[in-house]
Design a protein. Structure first.
Lengths: 300, 535
C-alpha cells in the first residue's frame, strides 16, 4: 500500500521495443533453424545468433538504466516493493512451468506406463505390443526399435556406492550453495564486504561445479548408458526435467556472476541490494526444484 | 527524491510525446491500454473474417468454396485468434486503462514491462498469421492442438506456431505480474482489499490464474517441440508416453483459461449494472468470494473436456461433480446481479443493454455447460455443435458483449466525448438478434448429432445451418457498425461530463477525474474521502 506522498513514473523507453524486436528475431531464427536442421545451405542460425545479441544487449542497457536510476535516488520505497512483488510472482510462474513437467512425469509413471503394461480393464496395449512389461525406470519401451530404451537408469545405487553417484555430489553442491549465498547476503547486510565477496565466490564455484557435473552426467548417459532423448519416456522425462533445471541453474549462475562482478565493483549497500536479493531468491528456487527432482527422478 | 513524475522529461507533465515513436516507446498505461484495445479490435476483424469463411462454407451442405485443408486452417486460427488475440488482450487493455484509475495509482507498477507485454503480441500474431504463406499452410489441428495431430501429423509451420504461443504466454505472464503487482502495491491509502472495485478484484484473481497456467501451456508446447524435433516420446505410446497426457496438460491450462476469459467480464458487468440501477452492487463480498471460488475450482475440473477419452470411472465421476460445483458460485453472481437490478431506478443505455444481455445469454451458456458436465450425457454431446453452441454462448454474448459494454461505458472517460446513443442501441439490437440467430440453432443441430470441425454435413442439418450462416454474416456486419461508432465518437462526439453517467457518482476514482482523463491521472494518491458511498 502506498505511503509516499507522490509517485514515480519512468519516462518513455526504447528498451522494450528493442526486446520485442529481439524476440521476433529469436522466434524466426529458432523456428527456421529447427525446420531446416541438417540442410547444408541453411543460414537460419545466423538469425538466431543475432537475436541473442539483440536480447542480451538490450538486457544490458535496460538493467543498466534501472541501476543508474536507482543510484541517483529516483526510486521510492513503493517502487522497490513493486520489484519485490514482480520477482516473487515471476518465480511463481517458473514453479508452474516445472509443475507441467512434474505432472507429465507423474502421469506417465502412475497411469500411462502401467496401462501400457496391461493394467486396468480397458488396457489394449498388450494387443498392440504383446509382451511389453510395465516398469520404472522404463528401460525397455513398447516399440523398442523406434525408442531403443537404455542399458542403465540414473537411479540411486546402493549406499556403499553413493560416492560414485554424481547426483549425490550435485545435491551436496546445490544445497551448500543455498547456504553460502545466505551467508553472503548476511555479510552484506552487516556491512562486512569481505565476507560478502568470499561467500559469493564460494556460491559461484559450487554452482559451476554443479553445471560441470551435470554435463559429465549427460556425457556418461549418452556414451556409456545408451540413455538419450530418443530412448523412450524415461530418457525423455529424465533429460527434460534435469535439462530445464540445469538451464535454470545456468541462468541463476549468470545472474549471480553479474551480481558478484558488480559487488567487487562496489555496488550494493547494506540496505539497498535488490538485484542481489532477487538473484538469491532465484537461486533458492532452483535449489528447491532440485530437491524435488532428486526425489522423483532419481530416488523414488 | 522519492518524488516526481520524472523531471528530466517535460513531456510527462504536459502530455504524450509527438509522432509514432510515442507508441513504440510509451510507458503510459493509457497509451498501452489503447494499443491493446485497438490490437484486439483488429484481431477481432481478422478472426471474424475467418468465421465468415467458415460460415460461407457451411451455408449449404457439400463442398462449397474452400478446400477441407484450408477449412481446418480457418477453424484453427479463428479459435486461436479469438482466444489469444481478441478476448485476452482486450481485457488486458481494459485492465491497463481502468485499474490504475480505479485504485488511484499514477500508472501500472512496472511501466516498461507493460510496454514489452504489449509489443510482443503483434510479434506473436504476425508470426502466426505469416504461416498462411509458408509451405504446408497454417496450423490446421484445431485451437486445442491435440497431439499427435499437432506433432506427428502437423504441417512444418507448427514450429512457428509453438514459438508464437510461447511469446503470447510470455506477454500474458508479464502483463499479469504487472497487474497483480499494481493491485497489491499501488492502491490509494485506505483502499483495503474489500473496498476495491469489483473489476479490480476480478482482474486480481484472473492475473493469478494467468501466472499459474500460462507456464503450463508453455510446458505443453515445449513437450510438443521436443517430440517433433528432438525425438522424445511424451505423447508417443511407442516410447512409453501417451497422447492423452497432452490433453491433460492442455486442459489443466485450458480450463482456468476459460475463466480467464470470463472473470474480468464479471467485474465489468457488476460495475455497469450498479451504475444503471443506481444502487450499489448487491452482495459485494459474496461477489468477491464467488470469483475466488470459481478460480480455485477451475484447477480441479479440467478433465470434463475429456470424458470420452477413456478415463477410469473414478475420474469421470470426480470431474463431473467438481464441475457441477462451479454452478454454485456462478449462480451467486447471477442472482446478485438480478438483486442489484431489483427495485433499482433502471435506465437502458447501450452499456446496460449489453450487460443485461450478458446476464441472460451467459446464463444460457452456463446451463448448457451443466448439461455437458453430466458425464454420461456428454458421450452424446461430445464434439458436436452443441459444444460449439455452448462455448460460443459463453464467449460471444458472454465475454465479447461485456467487452462491448465496457467500451461504451468507459469510452466517454477515455475520449472526453459521448458516443452516439441511437447508433449504440442499433448496434446492440443487431448484435443481440444476430448472435442468437447464429448460435441458438447450433444447439439443435448439435443434439441431433452434427459433428464440429467438419466442412460438410448431412442434408437434414441444411436449414438450420443456413440460418446460422445468415446470423453470422449479420453479426459480422454489426461489428463494423461498432467500429464506425467508435470512430464517430472520437472525431465527432459531444463533450462528456466528469461523471459521465448519472448513476456513476462515487462508484470509483475514475469518475472523479476529468473526461478525458489526464495523461497522468494522479500525481499523488487520491483520498478515499472523495468516494463517499462506494463499496
Amino acid at each position: 500500500m502506498s505511503s509516499d506522498s507522490s509517485y514515480y513514473v519512468p519516462a518513455s523507453s526504447r528498451m522494450p521495443i528493442f526486446m520485442a524486436f529481439g524476440l521476433l528475431l529469436f522466434v524466426l531464427g529458432a523456428s527456421f533453424t529447427m525446420n531446416n536442421w541438417g540442410e547444408e545451405d541453411s543460414n537460419a542460425h545466423w538469425l538466431l545468433i543475432t537475436s541473442f545479441a539483440v536480447i542480451w544487449g538490450t538486457m544490458f542497457f535496460w538493467f543498466g538504466s534501472v541501476i543508474k536510476e536507482n543510484d541517483s535516488g529516483m526510486y521510492s520505497g513503493q517502487l522497490n516493493q513493486s520489484f519485490v512483488w514482480g520477482m516473487a510472482w515471476f518465480i511463481f510462474s517458473e514453479v508452474m512451468f516445472f509443475f507441467a513437467f512434474f505432472l507429465a512425469l507423474g502421469y506417465v509413471r502412475l497411469f500411462a506406463v502401467p496401462w501400457l503394461g496391461g493394467e486396468g480393464e480397458k488396457a489394449i496395449s498388450n494387443i498392440l505390443w504383446p509382451g511389453f512389461e510395465a516398469a520404472w525406470p522404463l528401460l525397455v519401451t513398447p516399440d523398442n526399435e523406434q525408442f531403443p530404451g537404455a542399458h542403465h537408469s540414473m537411479s540411486i545405487p546402493a549406499v556403499s556406492k553413493l560416492h560414485t553417484w554424481l547426483p549425490f555430489w550435485n545435491t551436496l553442491c546445490l544445497i551448500t550453495s543455498s547456504g553460502t549465498i545466505a551467508l553472503a547476503e548476511a555479510g552484506l547486510r552487516k556491512g562486512n564486504r569481505t565476507a560478502f565477496k568470499l561467500w559469493m565466490v564460494a556460491t559461484l564455484t559450487l554452482g559451476y561445479v554443479f553445471v560441470f557435473l551435470q554435463g559429465l552426467e549427460y556425457y556418461e548417459a549418452y556414451t556409456h548408458m545408451g540413455l538419450t532423448l530418443g530412448a523412450g519416456i524415461y530418457g525423455t522425462t529424465f533429460f527434460l526435467l534435469t535439462g530445464f533445471h540445469g538451464f535454470h541453474v545456468c541462468l541463476g549462475a549468470i545472474i549471480l556472476t553479474i551480481m558478484t562482478i558488480r559487488g567487487f565493483g562496489g555496488a550494493f549497500s547494506d540496505h539497498d541490494h535488490f538485484g542481489l536479493a532477487a538473484g538469491s531468491w532465484y537461486w533458492h528456487f532452483v535449489d528447491v526444484v532440485w530437491i524435488l527432482l532428486v526425489l522423483v527422478v532419481y530416488i523414488f | 527524491m522519492s518524488a516526481v513524475i520524472d523531471s528530466h522529461h517535460d513531456d510527462h507533465h504536459h502530455g504524450p510525446a509527438k509522432g509514432f515513436s510515442r507508441w513504440l516507446y510509451t510507458t503510459n498505461h493509457k497509451d498501452i491500454g489503447s494499443m491493446y484495445l485497438w490490437f484486439s479490435l483488429v484481431m477481432l476483424f481478422i478472426g471474424g473474417a475467418m468465421a465468415m469463411v467458415i460460415r460461407a462454407e457451411l451455408f449449404e451442405p457439400g463442398s462449397q468454396i474452400v478446400s477441407p485443408e484450408f477449412y481446418n486452417q480457418m477453424v484453427t486460427n479463428h479459435g486461436l485468434i479469438m482466444v489469444f488475440g481478441v478476448i485476452m488482450p482486450a481485457f488486458v487493455g481494459f485492465a491497463n486503462w481502468m485499474i490504475p484509475m480505479q485504485i488511484g495509482a499514477p500508472d501500472m507498477a512496472l511501466p516498461r514491462l507493460n510496454n514489452l507485454s504489449f509489443w510482443i503480441l503483434p510479434v506473436a500474431f504476425g508470426i502466426l498469421l505469416s504461416t498462411f504463406f509458408m509451405e504446408g499452410g497454417a496450423p490446421n489441428f484445431g485451437w486445442t492442438f491435440y497431439a499427435p495431430l499437432s506433432t506427428e501429423y502437423a504441417p512444418p509451420t507448427v514450429t512457428f506456431f509453438i514459438f508464437s504461443v510461447h511469446i503470447m504466454g510470455a506477454s500474458s505472464i508479464m502483463g499479469s505480474i504487472n497487474i497483480i503487482t499494481t493491485i497489491l502495491n499501488m492502491r490509494a491509502p485506505g483502499m483495503t482489499l474489500m473496498k476495491m472495485p469489483l473489476f479490480v478484484w476480478s482482474w486480481f484473481i484472473t492475473a493469478y490464474l494467468l501466472i499459474a497456467v500460462m507456464p503450463v501451456l508453455a510446458g505443453a508446447v515445449t513437450m510438443m517441440l521436443m517430440d517433433i524435433h528432438a525425438g522424445t516420446s511424451f505423447f508417443k505410446a511407442g516410447g512409453g508416453g501417451d497422447p492423452v497426457l497432452f490433453q491433460h496438460i492442455f486442459w489443466f491450462f485450458g480450463h482456468p483459461e476459460v475463466y480467464i476469459m470470463i472473470l474480468p467480464a464479471f467485474g465489468i458487468v457488476s460495475h455497469i449494472i450498479e451504475t444503471f440501477s443506481r444502487k450499489p452492487i448487491f452482495g459485494y463480498s459474496s461477489m468477491v468470494y464467488a470469483i475466488a471460488s470459481i478460480a480455485l475450482l477451475s484447477f480441479v475440473v479440467w478433465a470434463h473436456h475429456m470424458f470420452t477419452v477413456g478415463m477410469p470411472i473414478a475420474g469421470e465421476l470426480f470431474f463431473m461433480y467438481s464441475t457441477m460445483l462451479i454452478a454454485i458460485p456462478t449462480g451467486v453472481k447471477v442472482f446478485n446481479w438480478l438483486s442489484t437490478m431489483f427495485k433499482g431506478s433502471l435506465t437502458f443505455e447501450t452499456p446496460m443493454l449489453f450487460a443485461i444481455a450478458f446476464v441472460a445469454l451467459f446464463t444460457i451458456g452456463g446451463l448448457s455447460g451443466i448439461m455437458l458436465a453430466i458425464a454420461p450425457a456428454d458421450f452424446q454431446y461430445h464434439d458436436t455443435y452443441f459444444v460449439v453452441a455452448h462455448f460460443h454462448y459463453v464467449l460471444v454474448p458472454g465475454a465479447l458483449f461485456s467487452l462491448l459494454a465496457a467500451a461504451y461505458y468507459w469510452i466517454p472517460k477515455w475520449t472526453g466525448k459521448m458516443y452516439d446513443e441511437t447508433l449504440g442501441k442499433v448496434h446492440f439490437w443487431m448484435s443481440f438478434i444476430s448472435v442468437n440467430l447464429t448460435f441458438f440453432p447450433m444447439h439443435f443441430v448439435g443434439l441431433a448429432g452434427m459433428p464440429r470441425r467438419i466442412p460438410d454435413y448431412a442434408m437434414q442439418f441444411a436449414d438450420w445451418n443456413m440460418m446460422v450462416s445468415v446470423g453470422a454474416f449479420l453479426f459480422g456486419i454489426s461489428q463494423l457498425l461498432f467500429l464506425f461508432i467508435v470512430l464517430k465518437c472520437i472525431y465527432n462526439g459531444k463533450a462528456a461530463t466528469t461523471e459521465v453517467w448519472e448513476g456513476a457518482k462515487d462508484r470509483g476514482f475514475e469518475w472523479t477525474v476529468d473526461s478525458p482523463a489526464p495523461y497522468h491521472t494522479f500525481s499523488s494518491p487520491p483520498s478515499m474521502e472523495s468516494l463517499k458511498s462506494s463499496s
